[in-house]
Design a protein around this ligand. Sequence first.
Ligand SMILES: NC(=O)c1ccc[n+]([C@@H]2O[C@H](COP(=O)([O-])OP(=O)(O)OC[C@H]3O[C@@H](n4cnc5c(N)ncnc54)[C@H](O)[C@@H]3O)[C@@H](O)[C@H]2O)c1
Length: 341
Amino acid sequence: MAQQAVRIGIAGLGRLGKRLAGILHGQVPGATVVAAASPAEDERRWAREVLGLADVVADFEALLALPGLDAVAIVTPTSQHSDQVIAALAAGKHVYCEKPLALDVAACERVEAAAAAHPELRVLVGFVRRFDPQYAAASAKIRAGAIGAPYLVRSQTLDKLDPSGFFVKFAPTSGGIFLDMSIHDVDCARFLLGDPKAKRVYASGIIAVHDGLAACGDIDNGVATIEFEGGKLAVLTASRTLASGMEATTEVFGTAGRISIGYGIKDGGLDISDAAGTRTEGIPTFWERFGAAFPVELEAFVRAVREGAPLPLTLADATENTRIAAAITQAYRTGQPVDLA
Ligand SMILES: NC(=O)c1ccc[n+]([C@@H]2O[C@H](COP(=O)([O-])OP(=O)(O)OC[C@H]3O[C@@H](n4cnc5c(N)ncnc54)[C@H](O)[C@@H]3O)[C@@H](O)[C@H]2O)c1
């Protein structure tokens, strides 16, 4: 008899949650969305009307109390993630949680302890770049020795300038630009350099455009350096103000070569030639760049739940990413290097 589909309840139907709900509700073999939670009435209506769900509730605890859920997908504001993962594990649910797992290491460690008490449950924190074909191919080539010993990552994530005020509204629960955005580059650096341990970080930043970020101590442009044990380095740039579009690019330097990831990706952007010359249309958001990697990531989660397939990313990875990104945030705020060893 065919195995039953994994029945998923999704929490958070905002910018990303609606998209992940759509993927889980038809694009991932062996999965189905059976319930949703959001405090926003318009999001609950969307779940009823677009997903056709009957079980749509206003809060996370009510979602966990519904009968028949095997797993939850947590796509809520970052500040809620760790408590929700712990509650879901206590309720016996497998968990997919968006990045970052938490804003501080103590909360990540509480999640790790809760997961250790439930070894029968799978937990995946969504560092989606590991599932992007270019990042995955680069990792495989580096592991096969294509550039010798990798020693330096230069990685940048740049969001398109959005004058709507979205980034200012998003900032109070996101942890700030380094914990929200550079954490992707932190994960890539660790993943592409062979998981070295971070020793020390440095950071600085500015507000170039979004003055409203000052109210919660956030910035819209930042740079950070991570020194790893064993003489490896990563240099990261983050921006919310690139006029032309979203960019996520990474270079890995090794003793016998260099691999560059994400350059020249257009994802539908056209080349336009006119009297001023030729230009390429920019990518509007992270979705046009990484949208195809989310189904791959969610398929890996569902396979892990159904078949016990191994996950390519552990909770310890998610904790380490938060440890480094939180230290970078502290280095920016204090103007001092932060030791992690
Ligand atoms: N992997 C990526 O590239 C990527 C991209 C975007 C966002 N994210 C992550 O996804 C998460 C959500 O980001 P977003 O951009 O969709 O934010 P968002 O603000 O657009 O959406 C969050 C939604 O959660 C809902 N919500 C709030 N509290 C809730 C609760 N207790 N239970 C259920 N729903 C609740 C809100 O109504 C809101 O719509 C963040 O943690 C963010 O870091 C990851």
